[in-house]
Design a protein around this ligand. Structure first.
Ligand code: AMP
Ligand code: MG
Length: 506
């Protein structure tokens, strides 16, 4: 067997193919990462490395760690920071851009899909404004844990390939250890990327960007009558699919600005995100979301609003394929207006999987509404309520696969549970539906208090034990076996553990 070093001489460690770097210069600034003082590996993601054709052993080696830290540029990389704009909390910002991120390049994965490999916290760029281009350790760990947890929940998301500590301090309200995250996504093209060019009336770049996104994410649209309109429709479909999935696991993104919404339909930016513990429709965690703009129940409406901004950008291209401006506007509007119906259809479809219904019947809306009202009224845990409901659909479930020692419905839920049972029995094939419920009602989510505790232990005492335990356990959120998982990872927070506020941590 060859050693890692010998292998490195034979072929580049990463087979880059950089399509974004081939776009015109207006799309980015060429920007190398700024080296850090003393990089040390925190964790690598072996499964993801394998998907990307990167040798995990190499990635964990000195050379790999140097790359993740930004201290060495791998062969074939063309580092750049992308330009974008965006609406932040509804307020327009014409120039944001990668202020602390550098795209090393792209690879074609073993699944034949193209992936960006980006370093976050890689130093200042032309878009840094007043920022230092760095990231504290906490946000890196949060993004690693939560993005990988989302992936295991089958929710499209950017992923975490590796994290390293930098050996440097970053200065926020306090002095914190620094870190770099190696992030992977199908692309980092945002609604804000379109807004950047639209605001500059740069139609040529908009056209190039539209083509690039279609080639990359929606190749089936290439021959459309109006590619831009088809792209809008496709982006709407993917956001509907994404946000309904968030709602189903009680995920609150927390900062749904237009620069944080990807055309690929993946979740990005794990800043102030959090999962619901007890169910509350108007729940907000983010310390900077004082108006509750990005509250749990507002997420679909905000997605719609963001897509309107995308539509606005695409309108000049859509016009080219219509006889009149009015006709173009009307067609665009009708695509946008379909959002609420698409959303509620998809919501209902996914809710059926969680409640164990084969198809929608009259009266289901009422049943679902009452469920959530009861959860809210009794401050019941969102995740464990659904998981326990699944267990009720599977009466032969072995005791050591049940969460009943941690959660049981209160007496007051009995009438509702009887209604649900009757409804459940009305469909055929109960065991198939129970199996579906199991894989749609996770036992395990990335609980806010555990993520916070893992971050605190790593930050204060360099203890990564809980961080690693969480990342490992969250890979199989739908399996529960009492002996293989401490109750602590499963149960809701105790009163003194509840996290009420999350912070962007930029
Ligand atoms: P975010 O809150 O991560 O969506 O970031 C919003 C904008 O602020 C983006 O343009 C980021 O690149 C930029 N930004 C965030 N943190 C920093 C930092 N530490 N240094 C420079 N730019 C930053
Ligand atoms: Mg962002």
């Amino acid at each position: 067997m060859r050693t890692v070093n010998e292998e490195a001489h034979l072929k580049p460690a990463i087979q880059f193919d950089n399509s974004y770097a081939r776009l015109p210069g207006a799309f980015y600034a060429l920007q190398k990462p700024t080296p850090v003082a003393k990089p040390e590996l925190i964790r690598i993601n072996e499964g993801l490395a394998e998907l990307l054709g990167i040798d995990a052993q190499w990635l964990a080696s000195e050379q790999g760690v140097q790359m993740v830290a930004g201290n060495s540029i791998p062969e074939g990389a063309e580092p750049l920071s992308a330009a974008y704009a965006g609406h932040q909390f509804g307020g327009w910002n014409p120039q944001l851009g990668d202020g602390r991120a550098v795209l090393l390049g792209e690879v074609i994965g073993r699944d034949s899909l193209r992936y960006d490999i980006q370093l976050k916290g890689a130093g200042r760029t032309p878009w840094s404004r007043g920022g230092d281009g760095r990231s504290p350790l906490g946000p890196v760990l949060r993004e690693y844990v939560v993005s990988e947890a989302m992936h295991s929940l089958r929710i499209p998301t950017s992923r975490s390939l590796a994290a390293v500590s930098s050996g440097e301090q970053v200065y926020r309200e306090e002095v914190l250890p620094g870190a770099v995250l190696c992030r992977v996504a199908r692309s980092h093209i945002r609604i804000g990327t379109f807004q950047y060019f639209a605001a500059r009336k740069d139609t040529d770049s908009l056209e190039r960007l539209t083509q690039h996104v279609i080639n990359r994410h929606y190749p089936e649209l290439a021959g459309s009558d109006s590619p831009a309109l088809a792209l809008l429709q496709a982006a709407i479909d993917r956001q509907v699919s994404l946000v309904t999935k968030w709602q189903m696991v009680g995920f609150i993104h927390g900062v749904m600005n237009t620069d944080n919404m990807l055309l690929s339909g993946e979740t990005i930016d794990y800043g102030p995100c959090a999962f619901l513990d007890d169910y509350q429709a108007d729940k907000v965690f983010s310390s900077i979301d004082s108006g509750g703009r990005y509250a749990y129940q507002n997420q679909p409406g905000i997605a719609h609003w963001n897509l309107m901004q995308l539509a606005q950008c695409l309108l000049s291209l859509i016009r080219q394929h219509f006889d009149s401006d009015d006709a173009a506007v009307e067609a665009t509007q009708s695509v946008l207006d379909a959002f609420p119906a698409l959303y509620s259809n998809e919501y209902q479809r996914l809710a059926n999987l969680k409640f164990g219904f084969a198809e929608s019947l009259a009266g289901d809306d009422e049943l679902v509404k009452d469920w959530f009202e009861l959860l809210a009224a009794h401050s019941l845990d969102f995740t464990l309520s659904f998981r326990r409901l699944y267990e009720l659909a599977e009466p032969t479930l072995a005791a050591d696969h049940s969460i009943v020692h941690l959660f049981e419905f209160p007496e007051t839920m009995t009438p509702w549970l009887q209604r649900w049972r009757k409804r459940f029995d009305a469909d055929s094939d109960p065991s198939a539906r129970a199996a579906t419920m199991r894989t749609n009602n996770p036992a395990l989510i990335a609980r806010n208090h555990l993520v916070e505790q893992a971050i605190n232990e790593a930050t204060e005492t360099q203890n990564y034990g809980l961080f690693n335990q969480l990342v490992d356990a969250l890979q199989t959120p739908f399996d529960y076996q009492r002996n293989s998982l401490p109750d602590r990872l499963l149960r809701p927070p105790l009163a003194e553990e509840v996290v009420r506020r999350t912070f962007c941590g930029t």
